[in-house]
Design a protein. Structure first.
Length: 256
């Protein structure tokens, strides 16, 4: 009998920053991904992408907890590397409509689990970003990537050594999302067959999935796995796609 195990990157509150990075990823250089920013609270972190003069795109679960992320940090490559950073306060957030129910439960302190193809939010900062050669807005892709296509992932998530958050990037080959898991609007990859074992992990939540033109095609949500107990398991990495059911909301949120 198959036992379904759901694994999500919900960020728990702790007394210190957990250790996060893209697993087996390569260190990013300053300005290599000028639209990727650190989204944080006092105790937790996520990743986000600048998509407007005062907007960042991230995962819904990053801003839906009882202690949501409330600061955006630009020009930083690690939690310890704030030499050039700028910090902006989050003024308000907008949640993808299909994720609203899950968000409401999380804000009430109810336990929620699983991953979603609609796990997406837009955060608006106070004021505007100071754009430069190392701080720019990213571009939303005009079309959805196909199964088998290679994409990039970027984030501050946990690495293979469990060390503190450093901005890393990796590559993935996409796979069809399994229909049994009801992953409408999701973009998936096989975490067991990723390129050079690279995959997203805790802290990468909200970070961008990019096509090879460095356009944003999705937002990191989490992983889902299933299989026989004690036997081989299938593990899919799940990203909320910027197309399909999320497209109209995204267009509206950018204009608000």
């Amino acid at each position: 009998m198959k036992i379904l195990l759901l694994i999500a990157f919900f960020i728990s509150s702790t007394t210190a920053f957990p250790n996060w990075r893209v697993r087996y990823g390569d260190n990013a250089r300053l300005g290599e991904f000028p639209y990727v920013v650190l989204l944080k609270s006092r105790n937790s972190i996520c990743t986000a992408s600048i998509v407007g003069t005062n907007k960042v795109l991230t995962a819904g679960h990053c801003v839906c907890g009882r202690k949501p992320m409330d600061e955006v940090v630009t020009e930083t490559l690690s939690l310890n590397g704030y030499s050039r950073h700028q910090v902006y306060n989050v003024q308000r957030t907008s949640i993808s409509p299909k994720y609203q129910s899950t968000c409401s439960k999380s804000r009430r302190g109810q336990r929620v689990g699983g991953v979603s193809g609609n796990d997406m939010a837009m955060a608006t900062i106070s004021g505007s970003f100071r754009f430069s050669s190392t701080v720019k807005a990213g571009k939303i892709a005009g079309s959805k990537p196909r199964s088998g296509e290679r994409v990039k992932i970027v984030g501050y998530g946990r690495d293979e050594f469990g060390r503190a958050g450093t901005l890393k990037h990796g590559a993935l080959n996409l796979k069809e999302c399994d229909r049994m898991n009801d992953l409408e609007d999701a973009i998936c990859y096989d975490a067991n067959e990723s390129v050079n074992r690279q995959k997203t992990d805790s802290g990468d939540s909200g970070g961008p999935m990019l096509n090879l033109s460095d356009e944003i095609v999705g937002v990191t949500s989490g992983k889902i796995s299933w299989g026989r107990r004690g036997g081989p398991r299938t593990e899919l990495g799940v990203h909320a796609g910027v197309h399909g059911g999320n497209a109209n909301w995204l267009s509206q949120a950018l204009r608000e």
